[in-house]
Design a binder for this molecule. Structure first.
Ligand code: NAP
Length: 385
C-alpha cells in the first residue's frame, strides 16, 4: 500500500487523481490533501478519504475545519506553509503536485527535499526552477514522474532508450479553441469562448494558457528540464485530435509516439503505478473511429506567445521566470475581464522584451524575479487601462 498526498486536491487534476486513487484503493491510500479555497469540496474529500493531514489557503477556514473535524485525528494547517507541510508529511510515499502556478513551487520542493516520488502536474515549477529542482532531486534521491500528458508520453517513449540517442522531441498541441479563427476574428474573443476548450476540461488558468498557446510554450521549457534536452531538440506540432501526445525522433530516424484517449486519468495512473502498469479506467482507443490524425505547424503570427516562450527557452536564466510571472498576472486580469484576449500576448511580450535577464539560481533569486515582474506587469496594466 502506497500513501499519497494530493496538492491541489480540489482542482481538475486533483479530482481526477482522487478518482484514480479510489479505483485502485487496494494499492493507494490518501494521507494528505492540500486545497485552496474550495472548503466544501475539501470537506467532502476528507469525509471520503479520511486523510491524516489537510491544508487550505486561509486561516479562518482552517479554523472552521478544525472545529468540524475535532476528535477525528486529522491535522488541519493553512497557507503556503500548510501545503508544504502536507507535501513533506513523513508518511507520504507519493506526492501529486497539482497546485496552479508558482504557488506550487515551494510545496513541490518540500516533497523533493523529503526524497519522495513526485507526480508533477504543476508545470510552472519546472519552468521557473527546472535546474534547482533537478539538483535537489539528485541531492535528496527524489523521483519525478511527469503528469502533463505530453511529458508522460515522452517519458513512456524513453523508458528503454538512451538519452544520447534522442534527436528531437515534439510536443503536440490541440491548438485550443481558436486554431481555425482568422487573425482579425481573434480581436473579439470573449472569456466564455476562451474557456471553452475543444478537447480538455481543465482549470481556468491552464485553459486560457491553452487558448493563447502559452501552455505549450511553458511545456517546452518544462520538457527541457525534465528530460535534460537542448532547446534545438524541442518542437511543437498542432494536432487537433489530441490523440498523439508527443513524438520522439531517435538518432536512427525512428519516431516513437505515445497515443491514448484524451483523458488526464491515464497519465495520472501511469505516474502513480510507474514502473508498473494497471488495467485502464478508460475504453480502448479506436483509431478506425477517429480515422484521421492531422498535424500542422504553429502559426506564430496568430499565436505570438510561442515566439516569446521559445526566446525564454533559448535564453534561460531569469527569462522563463519573467515570462511565467507576467503571464500569471495577465491571465488573472483576463479572467476578471479587465483586459481583452489579445492583450494577454501584447502585455507579456512587452514585459519579456524589456526584462533585464540575469542569473536566478536560488529560490530567493527566483522569487525576487517573480515579485519584480508581477509589480512591473501590474504597473503596465494600470497604464494601459
Ligand atoms: N487540468 C489539466 O488537464 C492539466 C493537464 C496538465 C497539467 N496541468 C497543470 O496542473 C496544475 C493544476 O491544473 P488544474 O487544471 O488542476 O487547475 P485547477 O483546476 O485550477 O486547480 C488548482 C488547484 O490548486 C489549488 N490552489 C490554487 N492556489 C492555491 C494555493 N495558493 N494554495 C493551495 N492550493 C491552491 C486549487 O484550490 P481551490 O480550487 O480549492 O481554490 C485547486 O485545488 C497546473 O499547473 C496545470 O498547468 C493541468
Amino acid at each position: 500500500m502506497k500513501n499519497i498526498s494530493v496538492l491541489g486536491s480540489t482542482g481538475s487534476i486533483g479530482r481526477s487523481s482522487l478518482e484514480v486513487i479510489d479505483k485502485f484503493s487496494h494499492r493507494f491510500k490518501v494521507v494528505g490533501l492540500a486545497a485552496g479555497r474550495n472548503t466544501q469540496l475539501l470537506e467532502e474529500q476528507i469525509e471520503k478519504f479520511r486523510p491524516k493531514i489537510v491544508s487550505l489557503e486561509r486561516k479562518e477556514e482552517a479554523e472552521d475545519l478544525r472545529r468540524k473535524f475535532r476528535g477525528k485525528s486529522i491535522k488541519v494547517t493553512f497557507a503556503q506553509e500548510g501545503a508544504e507541510e502536507v507535501a513533506s508529511f513523513s508518511e507520504n510515499d507519493i506526492v501529486i503536485s497539482a497546485i496552479t502556478g508558482i504557488n506550487g513551487l515551494r510545496p513541490t520542493l518540500a516533497a523533493v527535499q523529503e526524497g519522495k516520488k513526485v507526480a508533477l502536474a504543476n508545470k510552472e515549477s519546472m519552468v521557473v526552477a527546472g535546474p534547482l529542482i533537478q539538483d535537489m532531486i539528485s541531492k535528496f534521491g527524489a523521483q519525478l514522474i511527469p503528469v502533463d500528458s505530453e511529458h508522460s508520453g515522452v517519458f513512456q517513449c524513453l523508458a528503454k532508450e538512451e538519452m544520447g540517442n534522442i534527436k528531437k522531441v515534439t510536443l503536440t498541441a490541440s491548438g485550443g479553441p481558436f486554431f481555425s479563427k482568422s487573425s482579425s476574428e481573434m480581436n473579439d474573443i470573449t472569456l466564455e469562448e476562451a474557456l471553452n476548450h475543444p478537447r480538455w476540461k481543465m482549470g481556468k488558468k491552464v485553459t486560457i494558457d491553452s487558448a493563447t498557446l502559452m501552455n505549450k510554450g511553458l511545456e517546452l521549457i518544462e520538457a527541457r528540464w525534465l528530460f535534460g534536452l537542448e532547446p534545438r531538440q524541442l518542437g511543437i506540432l498542432i494536432h487537433p485530435q489530441s490523440i498523439v501526445h508527443s513524438l520522439v525522433e531517435m538518432s536512427d530516424g525512428s519516431v516513437l509516439a505515445q497515443l491514448s484517449a484524451t483523458d488526464m486519468k491515464l497519465p495520472i495512473q501511469y505516474a502513480l503505478t510507474y514502473p508498473e502498469r494497471e488495467n485502464s479506467l478508460l475504453p480502448s482507443l479506436d483509431l478506425s473511429e477517429i480515422k484521421a490524425l492531422e498535424f500542422y505547424e504553429v502559426n506564430v503570427e496568430k499565436f505570438p506567445i510561442i515566439k516569446l516562450a521559445r526566446l525564454a527557452l533559448e535564453e534561460g536564466d531569469s527569462l522563463p521566470i519573467a515570462l511565467n510571472a507576467a503571464n500569471e498576472v495577465v491571465v488573472s486580469a483576463f479572467l476578471e475581464q479587465r483586459i481583452k484576449f489579445m492583450d494577454i500576448s501584447d502585455v507579456v511580450t512587452e514585459i519579456v522584451e524589456n526584462h533585464q535577464k540575469r542569473k536566478a539560481q536560488s529560490l530567493e533569486d527566483i522569487f525576487d524575479v517573480d515579485r519584480e515582474t508581477r509589480r512591473v506587469t501590474l504597473d503596465l496594466l494600470k497604464k494601459r487601462s
